[in-house]
Design a protein around this ligand. Sequence first.
Ligand code: CP
Ligand code: NVA
Length: 307
Amino acid sequence: GAERPHRDFLNIADFSPAETFALLDLAERMRTGAYTDRPLAGKALAMIFMKSSTRTRMSFEVGANQLGGTAHFLSPRDVQLGRGEPIPDTARVLSRYVNGIMIRTFAHQDVVELAEYASIPIINGLTDLSHPCQVMADILTVQQHLGDIRGKTVAWIGDGNNMANSWIEAATHLGFALRVACPEGYDPDEAFLADAAERGADVQLLRDPREAVANADVVTTDVWASMGQEEEQAKRALAFALYQVDGELMAHAHAHAIFLHCLPAHRGEEVTAEVIDGPQSVVWDEAENRLHIQKAIMAALMGNVPL
Ligand code: CP
Ligand code: NVA
């Protein structure tokens, strides 16, 4: 068990709704340059990447530095974890050197186990189950362009993957409507859906992308084959053929609707160039907002900044 109590960010619900909105406010002050404190001075973040990354690595590394701290990149080729050193031992050892760990890996349970044996905050930088930092950045982006997320309608088109799961969790706790359109066999995680239903959240699982985008303020999608599913690429391209976000589909959403994509994107597959490079797309702001929201998360978890 843990040597001392610590707070983690493994999923959206690890922060209460009030704390989540406070985090979004803090991130917004970071985005506009109003926040210049250095709550990570003298502190270090370890970053374990068992999968590739451009945005997550750079935004955590630069973000930790901007807050006065340091960040240390660990790839599976370098760390003993990649050669079978147990997760509990890795957690105990890193806890003696650094003040927080960000981890991107396959099985979500590995992150839960890391958190169980660490004595410092653990941040989920993507698992097969969820991608909470990205969805927090996405919500910051929605609020930047459209105002308060509460009362908005978000349409998720395509794979019921880690991003879809974190969107469901966000809708469950933060008070916006979510329409998820997935082909049969590619539904989101059952537990997230069940929790949404139990809490009376406005989350609907649909099959028809047009139905999902009707009245949407936000249209979002993701790759059809996530990291670790590369060998399913061809099968998935067939299954998702009717789920491409193109100009025709966007025309069924509100005229003011914005388009989000966590990136990396595949133009001509899940989204057309016309949409992702078009006037409704805010994907570059979205990528930038990873930096701001993760700085807010690190400030809260590692820098003792009150929310
Ligand atoms: N969106 C996202 O997490 O990007 P990376 O895989 O580049 O980190
Ligand atoms: N669903 C994608 C997101 C990448 C940021 C994946 O897991 O590969």
